[in-house]
Write a protein that binds this ligand. Sequence first.
Ligand SMILES: NC(=O)c1ccc[n+]([C@@H]2O[C@H](COP(=O)([O-])OP(=O)(O)OC[C@H]3O[C@@H](n4cnc5c(N)ncnc54)[C@H](O)[C@@H]3O)[C@@H](O)[C@H]2O)c1
Length: 256
Amino acid sequence: MILKDKKVIIMGIRNKWSIAWGAAKSAYEQGAKVICTCSSDSLEKAKALVEELPGTEIYLCNDVSKDEDIENCLKQIKEKHGKVNGILHAIAHANTEDLRNDFIKTSRDGFAHACDVSSYSFVAVARIAKDIELLDSGASLVAYTYYGSEKAIEGYNVMGVAKAALEASVRYLAVNMGKEGYRVNAISAGPIKTLSAKGIKDFNTILDVVEQRAPLHKNVTIDQVGDATSFLFSDLSSAITGEVLHVDNGFSIVGV
Ligand SMILES: NC(=O)c1ccc[n+]([C@@H]2O[C@H](COP(=O)([O-])OP(=O)(O)OC[C@H]3O[C@@H](n4cnc5c(N)ncnc54)[C@H](O)[C@@H]3O)[C@@H](O)[C@H]2O)c1
């Protein structure tokens, strides 16, 4: 059990298909005390889910584009549980029209919204967690990203830009927070059918292409991404920071 005696926060549980749920299950199985967060529209579903992991609690972090929502949530967790050893950020959003239209039509507001919720919020979580002294020594922060940050993938559009900003933020945060011994990494997960993924045009085609071309010829599961997250939370990855770890059955290494 690689997370025995660790406490981790999993942000972004929506339903049983959420990648965050895979992370919560894995951390629990690896011996961690798991504390989850969700937004108000998923509270009932998330509450029912976490009951499957006895002792796991759920807190509301309704809108990560508001510092006060993040602060209230993390302060409540600190009050009840003290310091934590890890935080996962599994949160992203872009307006549907910005995923459906050509990228060139992205509005100024849509661009700002996608980057605010999907990239800046990770910086805010890191800063607030540090400010309220929520992080135990050696704490590990993880964010989820996608290959659409590196290559232009039709339909991923502004989310690709937001993920590129998220990955750069991971590197800058790793430098800032490394001074105090904290680690910051991202996992670039292969495509998985979740509610968020439904917003992406021709998502089934993306899944088919991965199955055909990835070296391991299959798609990844939330459990596999969850296990990689547990590894990054654990002391087994103590020399890894500022990294974007691809958990994609090798798809991103293939050229022609
Ligand atoms: N599904 C994929 O193919 C895939 C691949 C790589 C990375 N990811 C990333 O994984 C993460 C989790 O997504 P998922 O696919 O599990 O989908 P999901 O829909 O299950 O999770 C997205 C979460 O973001 C939360 N959220 C959105 N806007 C929010 C806001 N303003 N404030 C607070 N919470 C907000 C939702 O409530 C939800 O819990 C995202 O960062 C996503 O980009 C997904």
